[in-house]
Design a binder for this molecule. Structure first.
Ligand code: XIL
Length: 314
């Protein structure tokens, strides 16, 4: 798939937790299906700094960075500042503004600098918005630092790696509305402070039968790209109400086609990352009761109609 995408100047990537012992999986991951990889969990704060401030455990993240370098893949790295999946030591209430601010900027600088050689893009801030487009307040960074946590985070990332593409990443922004307006406000906020944002990562955890029509998708994408930022689908999957069957997978094929066409037809859509390529390791069944069958490859690591749906539009 990556060759089709690169013929249009775009990347095709996948998230992974690198199951080294699964030879069949690893051989697809290493193949030219993918030009870019995202560490699914290895670079999250809870994975990197599990026990105490500034005590890094680099084992898994170094592993994925080393694997990517050896296999000639670039990483789209994920995610520096997120309210979710934080280690216990970072629990609300323990820090004052100045301390949390220095924890945040130190973390960004340390991690971005360490992986400059392999991370071509970073999700700098993830999921800072409520559905109504306001900043969510169940977020320790916002609670203690205020809205400024966002531009400060982008500034720190830019200082640590001036060449990395810097993204804001969120879900439910695949259709115009208040949350998309909220993202545009974030872009303005970052720029007003003199910091840089290069793009918006649209997670794209879709539910089959609820994927927006092509025209709607093309128009919200233009809302972002008209603001002068790139767009990527950063975590694409299209989940099916189980059990999956031939007709549901046929519909899913059309939906993957719509999403891939929307990206293909906007020159500032830089590419698509699927949130693992196979149902075998997809996060969906564990997190969305009764859903699954969301990926382009099935449990047996065979391509599904969804794969064809995407490749057909190129
Ligand atoms: C998910 C992973 O896929 C799971 O393995 C983990 O248990 C929880 O996080 N939005 C994001 C991703 O930005 O980091 C999340 O990944 C899925 C939702």
């Amino acid at each position: 798939m990556a060759e089709l995408f690169s013929s249009r100047g775009k990347f095709f990537g996948t998230a992974t937790n690198l199951p080294y012992d699964d030879e069949q999986y690893m051989s697809i991951l290493e193949s030219n299906e993918f030009s870019q990889i995202t560490p699914e969990n290895a670079m999250k704060l809870e994975s990197l700094v599990p026990h105490a401030p500034r005590q890094y455990d680099w084992t898994t993240a170094d592993d994925v960075a080393g694997w990517a370098s050896r296999n000639n893949k670039k990483l789209r790295c994920h995610s520096l500042i997120w309210y979710n999946h934080l280690p216990n030591w970072l629990a609300s209430g323990r820090y004052d503004n100045a301390t949390l601010l220095s924890i945040m900027t130190d973390h960004i600088k340390t991690v971005v600098n360490r992986y400059r050689f392999v991370c071509e893009a970073w999700d700098v801030v993830s999921e800072a918005l409520n559905e109504d487009g306001n900043l969510r307040d169940d977020n320790i960074w916002y609670e203690l630092i205020g809205p400024a946590f966002i531009p400060i985070a982008f500034q720190a990332a830019a200082e640590a790696d001036p060449d990395a593409q810097l993204y804001y990443n969120d879900y439910n922004i695949e259709k115009s509305g208040r949350k998309v307006d909220g993202v545009k406000n974030i872009i303005d906020l970052i720029r007003a402070s003199g910091a840089r944002i290069d793009g918006v990562g649209v997670e794209g955890h879709f539910i089959s039968t609820q994927v927006p029509e092509y025209d709607d998708m093309a128009s919200w994408m233009r809302e972002f790209t008209d603001k002068g930022v790139d767009v990527v689908f950063s975590e694409l999957d299209v989940r099916i109400r189980l059990p999956g069957d031939h007709s549901k997978r046929g519909q899913q094929r059309e939906e993957y086609g719509t999403i891939c066409a929307a990206c293909k037809n906007n020159s500032r859509c830089r590419g698509i990352t699927v949130w693992d390529f196979t149902d075998k390791y997809s996060w969906i069944p564990d997190h969305f009761d009764g859903y699954g069958d969301a990926c382009m490859w099935n449990d047996d690591l065979e391509k599904k109609p969804a794969y064809q749906g995407c490749s057909d539009v190129f």
